[in-house]
Design a protein around this ligand. Structure first.
Ligand code: UD1
Ligand code: CA
Length: 453
């Protein structure tokens, strides 16, 4: 089948310079969600109709399986589909989706397409308590669809109809050429309505098939920031429900945000206010404390991530402890049983099994062996103002507190660095290294006191 996604509209009510369909839901453009769903139906042609902000939209979603049709002026939904027509395969049906309706289930679309069949006409409808603003489904006494009337063109009796047109339709493509060319814009909005094709199909002897979604939110569109926020919450609640069904413990399903994919093993628990972005994998028995942000990361089995930890582009092994208040930046690779504590930042560094940096340290561009203890206030001075340089700390090294390791530098296996040492030369295996410093004392020292008046 062909799929056409309408995305040319302006979206004035968003009050934003960004084209409406590029506003993010769960961290990705609205349109990207629609394209994802479309792809699961394996269309032979996938066409996005763009207009308002065409270049930005094209750049944001371009992919080899996508084609774009430009609608220079937004003259209506019928006119929009007409722009896509030359790109469609006329031997298979066409499904029309909206770029600003992001949460439709693929199974719902499947049902619509199956019901419409190869030559039929299918409309996805929904019955709303408040149908204001939508096109109404007008049926005859036998319940057959007769036409769709836009709110602005509807009589008071028609306005009382609660079954509405979601806008999502499946149509026989070969007929569209003639039907769309015959559309007139002599209506209250002066637009070429795709909905007027319904009567043409009926005249051609086609019964209109209708399908309904399982949930109303599947057909909700975004026209304002309020609606965007509402759909974001619905989507996040759906994601949370899926996690709960999969056996994940969530302290509060209303306080987790997943902007990407979150894969969890068994007995994973997530405390409140955590944000997951990109691809995140949590293995069995991982527990995530409150207020963590985790982006593009893999966390090994049994690892505990404590409160307020920020992890990005990192890999953490099993049985590790990270946080509270830890920061793992891209390229951090922690082996099993590593402990990274409060106010420790790790960037582009491999840390071996059982090693610990529990307090106030920066470990960057480094290779740290196994069972290394990194004392509080240790800093790898990895930047000379122009280049990033590497620090190597071999197995079983003890790094005393307040140590600076001036890269490039290597500390040999089992070495001990005394507290307060600046290490700017390589340290041989097993030695104790310290800087020459003297400690002097001053007897009878009196601290200054505050002067009065
Ligand atoms: C349309 C339907 C209405 C339905 C409603 C559901 C028509 C005539 N009306 O109304 O029956 O209840 O959707 O939300 O079809 N678009 C273009 N080019 C255009 C016009 C629109 O690409 O020239 C795109 C918009 O970007 C949007 C979609 O089509 O994604 C729907 O447009 P919108 O203006 O919201 O349609 P409505 O008038 O609300
Ligand atoms: Ca609309």
């Amino acid at each position: 089948m062909n799929i056409v996604i309408l995305a040319a509209g302006t979206g004035k009510r968003m009050r934003s310079a960004l084209p409406k369909v590029l506003h993010p839901l769960a961290g990705r453009p609205l349109l990207a969600h629609v394209i994802d769903t479309a792809r699961t139906l394996e269309p032979t042609r996938l066409v996005v109709v763009i207009g308002h902000g065409a270049d930005a939209v094209r750049t944001a979603v371009a992919a080899p399986d996508l084609q774009f049709a430009v609608q220079e002026q937004q003259l209506g939904t019928g006119h929009a589909v007409q722009q896509a027509l030359p790109l469609l395969d006329s031997s298979v049906p066409t499904l029309v989706l909206y770029g600003d309706v992001p949460l439709t289930r693929a199974s719902t679309l499947q049902r619509l397409c199956e019901g419409a069949g190869h030559d039929g006409y299918g409309v996805l409808t929904v019955t709303l308590d408040n149908p204001a603003g939508y096109g109404r489904i007008v049926r005859d006494a036998a319940g057959k669809v007769e036409r769709i009337v836009e709110q602005k063109d509807a009589t008071p009796e028609q306005q009382a109809i609660r079954e509405i047109n979601t806008g999502i339709v499946a149509m026989p493509t070969a007929r569209l050429q003639a039907w769309l060319a015959a559309l007139k814009n002599n209506n209250s909005q002066g637009e070429f309505y795709l909905t007027d094709v319904v009567e043409m199909a009926i005249d051609a002897g086609i019964d209109i098939f209708t399908a309904q979604p399982d949930d109303e939110w599947e057909t909700l569109g975004v026209n304002s920031k309020q609606q965007l926020a509402e759909l974001e919450r619905i989507h996040q609640r759906n994601v949370a429900d899926a996690l709960l069904v999969a056996g994940v413990t969530l302290a509060d399903p209303a306080r987790i945000d997943v902007r990407g994919s979150l894969e969890c093993g068994r007995d994973v628990s997530v405390d409140v206010n955590c944000v997951f972005e990109g691809r995140v994998t949590l293995a069995d028995n991982v527990s995530i404390g409150p207020n963590c942000v985790i982006r593009n990361a893999t966390i090994g089995a049994g690892t505990r991530v404590d409160a307020f930890t920020h992890i990005e582009g990192a890999e953490v092994g099993a049985q590790a402890v990270v946080g509270p208040y830890a920061r793992l930046r891209p390229g951090a690779a922690l082996a099993d049983e590593v402990h990274i504590g409060n106010f420790v930042e790790v960037k582009n560094a491999v840390i071996g099994r059982g090693s610990k940096a529990n307090h106030l340290s920066y470990v960057g561009d480094s290779e740290v062996g196994t069972r290394v203890n990194i004392g509080a206030g240790t800093i790898t001075c990895n930047y000379d103002g122009a280049n990033k340089l590497r620090t190597v700390i071999e197995d079983d090294v003890f790094v005393g507190s307040d140590t600076q390791l001036v890269a490039p530098v290597r500390v040999g296996r089992g070495a001990t660095i005394a507290a307060g040492t600046t290490v700017w030369k390589d340290v041989a295996e097993g030695v104790l290294v310290m800087n020459d410093k003297t400690q002097t004392g001053k007897q009878g020292y009196v601290r200054p006191t505050k002067k009065k008046g």
